[in-house]
Design a protein around this ligand. Structure first.
Ligand code: FAD
Ligand code: MG
Length: 332
């Protein structure tokens, strides 16, 4: 096993075991022999794990400074947008009965509220940031303090903010970083990265592969995954997803996982928001939705059918897949 990959893989394994976080994507940074071992840093934040990996060796001191900027950026977002913290700005505005979120919120996070409200409108409510009360009604509100919930989009937003910090700090020099916040990834700078899509059925059948597909990510692109295999409640032996249909408040069933790749102009914010939206909509309505509103996004669905595992992809996603374990169908 290559030294760089070994270090990164050990990092991911140790941290995820330690915190049991939802790393839906294992990033493999082993494709270019001539590179020094990548530098990587992992830390817990937002109830999950963040990781920052640099392919091109940067001075240790500088890597430490960049890590500190990214970490500070995530902490700021957490303070402002966490539904899990009663003292966060989001929870305090919610408790105060706020209705004009895009005016009342701090300027630096207003774009996140705007993106959430725009997705809600475009998706006819399938994506619904006012999901907090519905989650509570279903007994999934424990530890949450807000009716307005940005859990489906704020991690992607935090990654975009951090990517801007890194780009500002690195200026015109050559650089190649991968930011990962709980399965929301963005390739910052030059170079390609390979990301593995987690097999949602591995938990129910240990004989299945851990990864069901590998996606190639280009510099500037983002990828996010939503799934029912990390966060769910069990009722009458049935697994109920933490993702609800925002139009009905019902648990979504029939889909085990969705992975979305977005170009630089859409960013990690939309990758995160779209993965939740497409999880609710499913492949047919989801593909039509992308064609209409986000034609540059690529998507992959895994139907919740462990007996005959397969994937459904939008046509252009097929060109990004480097290794597929199961039969693949294309959406129209
Ligand atoms: P996604 O698909 O991206 O989001 C699913 C989440 O979105 C659900 O959990 C629900 O909150 C919400 N949602 C469900 N259905 C819909 C819908 N139709 N439309 C819109 N939203 C919907 N977790 C903790 O356990 N402890 C913490 O302290 C904590 N702090 C956090 C702080 C912040 C700022 C954020 C953003 C998240 C935090 N989390 C915390 C949540 C955690 O990170 C979850 O992973 C996250 O909410 C689920 O994201 P996901 O990527 O798995 O799924
Ligand atoms: Mg999401």
């Amino acid at each position: 096993m290559r030294p760089g990959f070994k270090k990164a893989a050990i990092y991911a394994a140790v941290i995820s075991a330690a915190i049991g976080a939802e790393i839906a994507i294992l990033h493999l940074c082993f494709d270019r022999e001539d590179e020094e071992a990548p530098q990587a840093m992992c830390w817990p934040v937002m109830g999950t794990v963040a990781q920052m990996t640099s392919r091109k060796h940067v001075d240790e001191l500088e890597f430490g400074e960049l890590y500190a900027r990214v970490q500070a950026s995530y902490s700021r977002v957490e303070k402002l947008l966490s539904a899990w913290n009663p003292e966060s700005e989001l929870s305090r505005l919610s408790a105060a009965g706020c209705t004009n979120w895009t005016e009342a919120a701090s300027p630096e996070v207003r774009p996140c509220y705007k993106a959430a409200l725009r997705l809600a409108e475009e998706s006819g409510g399938a994506f619904n940031p006012r999901i907090g009360e519905k989650l509570r009604a279903l007994g999934m509100g424990r530890g949450r303090y807000s009716r307005f919930d940005l859990g489906a989009i704020a991690k992607g937003f935090a990654v975009d903010m951090a990517a801007e910090e890194v780009e500002r700090a690195m200026g015109g020099r050559y650089f190649s970083f991968l930011l990962d916040l709980g399965g929301n990834l963005r390739a910052v700078g030059a170079g390609e990265w390979r990301t593995g899509v987690r097999n949602p059925f591995r938990g129910v059948d240990a004989s299945q592969p851990d990864i069901c597909a590998v996606i190639m990510l280009l510099g500037g692109e983002s990828v996010a995954t939503s799934g029912n295999y990390e966060r769910f409640v069990e009722k009458d032996g049935k697994r109920l997803s933490h993702i609800l249909d925002g139009r009905t408040g019902e648990h979504v069933s029939g889909i085990a996982g969705v992975t979305v790749v977005t170009p630089r102009e859409y960013g990690a914010t939309l990758a995160d928001g779209l993965s939740t939206t497409l999880f609710v909509m499913g492949p047919e309505a989801g593909a039509a939705f992308l064609k209409r509103f986000y034609p540059l996004a690529l998507a992959l669905w895994i139907p919740d059918d462990p007996a005959s595992p397969r994937i459904i992809v939008t046509p252009d996603m097929a060109y990004r897949l480097e290794r597929i374990e199961w039969p693949a169908e294309k959406t129209r």
